[in-house]
Design a protein around this ligand. Structure first.
Ligand SMILES: [Zn+2]
Ligand SMILES: [Zn+2]
Length: 254
């Protein structure tokens, strides 16, 4: 079975939640054969979500199960924003992500030159320290795009990726969280999923549960390459995918 637990219906704020805007997300999910459509809008946009419109759009495609979630940014969101978002009723799942190092939105293509100005090991350390912090907050169920810091192909620091990834994997195990296999990295210069196969193999050794996400910001991207994510998961040994209901994890065979 295929699921997509990382879909942004509000984009980066440029889209609304009218019925006409939402129906194409469900249509695409249905065409892609997705059993679950997990909506994970960014924290600041959560108050603009129209749950009744999501439910209504869902009625046209009852074969798709709607899951309500959020993508928190634990490098930027304020306590107030987090509280407002997490107080939303009917939340099924929460993704925790890191998009910032200090004020630097490092995944913004317009700011990628900054990678050349900084020491790579320091950048890696700052990113993974923040991810480690995110795992410890107990606010989230899923760790979003684990190794996002690689997206523009900045190179590998001399001490290797696992030097930074390993403590985070241990923290995920301790906090009993799930790792998402996010396919959007295939469309970035790095041209691979998050996490890499090397890290995913380690996830499997730790027996960390995984789920799948496209990080779609438009209807056309819903479910994109989720079948490849499933293939990769299967290749490293996984047979089950994590799904969510009211912040409870439910493992299903895929
Ligand atoms: Zn993200
Ligand atoms: Zn996202």
């Amino acid at each position: 079975m295929l699921v997509d637990y990382h879909v942004h219906t509000l984009g980066h704020g440029e889209c609304g939640n009218s019925l006409e805007e939402l129906i194409p997300f469900f249509r695409e999910a249905s065409q892609q054969g997705l059993a679950h459509l997990g909506i994970a809008d960014h924290t600041q946009l959560a108050p603009r979500r129209v749950v009744s419109a999501l439910r209504q759009a869902n009625t046209y495609f009852p074969e798709v199960e709607l899951k309500l979630g959020l993508e928190l940014d634990l490098s930027r969101d304020t306590e107030e924003e987090l509280k407002l978002a997490l107080d939303m009723p009917e939340l099924d799942f929460v993704i925790g992500s890191v998009h910032y190092i200090g004020d630097w939105l490092f995944n913004n293509p317009a700011l990628q030159e900054e990678f050349k100005r900084r020491d790579l090991s320091t950048v890696y350390e700052q990113y993974y320290n923040r991810l480690l912090y995110a795992c410890g907050t107990r606010l989230v169920d899923v760790v979003g795009h684990f190794d996002l810091i690689k997206l523009f192909n900045p190179g590998i620091p001399p001490e290797g990726i696992m030097h930074y990834a390993e403590p985070v994997l241990k923290a995920i195990k301790d906090a009993d969280l799930c790792v998402e296999i996010n396919t959007s990295g295939l469309y970035q210069p790095v041209a691979e999923m998050y996490p890499s196969e090397e890290i995913l193999r380690r996830c499997y050794e730790y027996r960390l549960p995984v789920t799948f996400g496209s990080d779609a910001h438009t209807p056309e991207e819903v479910g994109r390459d989720i079948s490849l994510a499933r293939q990769l998961a299967k290749k490293v040994g996984y047979r089950q995918v994590a799904t969510f209901a009211k912040r409870r994890r439910i493992m299903l065979f895929f």
